[in-house]
Design a protein around this ligand. Sequence first.
Ligand code: AHR
Length: 356
Amino acid sequence: MTKSRTLRIAMTVGVTVALAACSSTATTAPTTAPVVTAPPVVTAAPPTAAKVYTYADMVVGFIQTGSESGWRAANTSSFQETAKEKGLKLNFYDAQNKLENQITAFHQFNQDPTVNVIILAALDVTGYDDVLKEAKTAGKVVVLEDRRINADASLYYTYIGSDFDAEGQKFAAAMCDALKGFPADKHNVAEISGAVGASAAIDRAKGFREKMGDCGIPDPTSLNLSQTGNWGVPESKAVMEAFLKKTKNIQGVIGHNDEEAIGAIQAIKEAGLKPGKDIMVVGADATADGFKYLISGEMFADIECNPLLAPQVYEAALKALNGDLSLPKWVPSQEGQFFASQGAAALTDILKTRKY
Ligand code: AHR
């Protein structure tokens, strides 16, 4: 409050008091009109300017899925490196691919008064309602990264991650391209899918099935050639070995990530068949490991899934801390795809420019 304002109020009060003293001493009915004093002018305290948050004020509770793939390692690095660059405090939690661990960590971050932002990479599409409601009550900003969930959108600020359905459709388009040299009745494709319950696996499977009919690919499920490889090489290799023991009438295989496609390639080679000739392989993530198999020609196509989401996610969280809720409920990642047909030299040059 400025001095002049203080002085004015003191004077007003003083004058009022003086006037009241005068009138309070009157003993007979006044012969002149009473002096009416205006009530003291009370002005509200000036509004305090709302705090403007900066990254230095941001304390993040980040709940990661685990460390199941090269993609995940790049995703984790993105959040750790960007936190250092921005000067924000990152409390990183690795759930080791267990949903119950994610829920426990979420609850603990909700109880931590120093945490003002919670970022979740959801292992599953369900199971988070209670901790999301608890976060809302606690006034935490919640941002979903990488994976979408089936929850009331009012329980989180926004979701920043891939359009996995579109990625699945790219799987189908690439596989139709890969099978062009095969007879129309030889378009049997096996599917090694991601972890059960993960939105990335659910939506990639859905997108693939939306477009596979464009070139007569039968549903892998109807052929009993669809099974999870849990995002990893060993389990995916075992799945493909089992498929090949069941039937050699397989012309293509899609892996929901590069590790699963690489596991399939290993099994195909150990069965005495040539990946990229006898059986066409399409993977996802476009990691450095995936690029190696594009360059060798053993993988036909690699559908990119962008793990470097931290800058966008932190920026969204800072907006929310400052009351800017203008972002849509989903901000799709920007991503492309790569093909062996681009040639080893060109792919090698592209790989040199990539961060993962
Ligand atoms: O959600 C993205 C997926 O999660 C990636 O494709 C996979 O590698 C990771 O485990």
